[in-house]
Design a protein around this ligand. Sequence first.
Ligand code: COA
Length: 174
Amino acid sequence: MIDFHVLNSSHEELEDFSLPFAKLLYEAVQSGASMGYLLETPLSELEAFWSSILSDVSHGNAKIVYAQEERVPIGVVVLAFEKNPNAKHRAEVAKLIVAREKQGLGVGKKLLSLLEMEARMSEKSLLILDTETDSVADSLYQSLQWTRLGEMPSHSASPNGELRPTTFYFKELF
Ligand SMILES: CC(C)(COP(=O)(O)OP(=O)(O)OC[C@H]1O[C@@H](n2cnc3c(N)ncnc32)[C@H](O)[C@@H]1OP(=O)(O)O)[C@@H](O)C(=O)NCCC(=O)NCCS
């Protein structure tokens, strides 16, 4: 059975999650997903990335929703709070990942809907994100009523180094 959980600043032993989340990110990058990293990026660098996000969580600057099956994380998404005093109402959704063998089961949609609830509880009224144009995630956000702002050519490299366009989205929470 797949169950869903939230990590916030009250959670202890957050660091335990850096390796399993890094493994999810590693698999996504190796599958060609544009997630900020390249095919040759070592697992240790991805673990360092998650350590830094988990440190943000411990300081109340981010939240994480994750899915697990038999106590093994199989999906994750990050809600990163904006730090500037004039943007306290805004948060960025990042690193939505579902393990390859668990994709297409509704886990991604459920992670996003729980993250939206967490954003409301944190009094965020505007969510932003970007994703590779024409990816699975691109159509997922459109189906979940995110507003498509537009597309920027050659914005980011896919894991093999080829420059690809990125689409930018926002969602207002009323
Ligand atoms: C994007 C991602 C998180 C979606 O997770 P998921 O659990 O498979 O998504 P869901 O099962 O909730 O499905 C969401 C929608 O995507 C569609 N979808 C899922 N996998 C698909 C695939 N391989 N090809 C086409 N559509 C697909 C589903 O049909 C569903 O739409 P529907 O409900 O209208 O049928 C997952 O594909 C993933 O981890 N990709 C790699 C990482 C990535 O690119 N992340 C996005 C970064 S912004």
